[in-house]
Design a protein around this ligand. Structure first.
Ligand SMILES: [Zn+2]
Length: 278
């Protein structure tokens, strides 16, 4: 699932390259993914428009077009954006293909069919966009404000970190990485965290995300459609040794979401209804 670091590096790649290119043809292969909030045919709304900007907000990529129109991409679980020479072959699960007058194409592929692309003049109309909290990397989000926002949310800390209304940009993978870096058990109740633990969580959020951006900037480059996750410490690595203590990484699966963590570095007891039921 593309998260803040993945999308930030894609934005950095597109920002100096895509603006100036005009859409020659637009092909919507999967109409359920491409939503034209202006009304009418989405392909017709795109052809002839020139890209003017590439921005990001949380887990949304915002590609500005002339006429104050934006192509807003929310890749969800598996959306991938490709900006390169046109593919010679067709792929299933390609949802939108734009050929551009710079000789390249912009192609959105989604193996899970869960992402969405919106064509809009008003970002506030995009579902789940308006309610987002500050960017997790926002320089203005200081520890005191972070702690204050945290107090308004209840439940388990991992769920709060991935709640875009708390801070924007963190999903399942980077929440695991941040909690591992902060040495906090993912299922701890927010109300049980000490001030020192909140400070550690805040510091880990900043360092994990900024270091991931540096790593991805070097690893991804033009292959923006490939998700690079092999450098993560615990996420996606159940059974492998924890890079800090060598204990095997544990995994708990709930509602299709895997949580990976180190029981030695992040001790805790799972409590609550799901254990009582089991
Ligand atoms: Zn460990």
């Amino acid at each position: 699932m593309p998260e803040l670091p993945d999308l930030e590096v894609i934005r950095e790649y597109l920002a100096p390259r895509l603006p100036g290119a005009t859409v020659d043809t637009a092909e919507v292969r999967r109409p359920l993914i491409v939503r034209n909030l202006l009304g009418g045919d989405p392909a017709a709304a795109l052809v002839g428009r020139r890209f003017v900007s590439a921005e990001r907000r949380g887990k949304f990529l915002i590609l500005g077009l002339d006429g104050d129109v934006a192509l807003v991409i929310n890749p969800m679980l598996a959306g991938r954006l490709r900006y390169a020479a046109p593919l010679k072959r067709d792929r299933t699960r390609d949802a939108l293909i734009l050929t551009l007058d710079d000789g390249l194409e912009l192609r959105y592929h989604d193996a899970e069919d869960m992402g969405k692309i919106y064509i809009t003049r008003d970002l506030e109309q995009v579902p789940a966009f308006a309610g987002q909290g500050p960017e997790a990397t926002d320089p203005g989000l200081m520890l005191e404000a972070f702690h204050e926002r945290l107090r308004r949310h209840h439940g388990e800390i991992k769920g709060i970190l991935t709640n875009q209304a708390f801070v924007a940009g963190i999903g399942n993978a980077y929440a695991d990485e941040i909690l591992w870096a902060a040495r906090i058990y993912p299922f701890r109740r927010r109300a049980d965290l000490s001030a020192d633990e909140v400070a550690a969580l805040y510091a880990a959020m900043r360092s994990v995300l900024s270091e991931a951006i540096v790593t991805l900037r070097d690893r991804v480059r033009e292959t923006i459609d490939v998700e690079v996750r092999d450098f993560l410490a615990v996420h996606g690595k159940p059974g492998q040794p924890c890079p800090r203590c060598g204990s095997p990484v544990s995994e708990v699966k709930r509602e299709r979401r895997a949580t990976d963590f180190c029981r030695t570095c992040q001790p805790g007891l799972m409590v609550g209804p799901r254990r009582m039921l089991g």
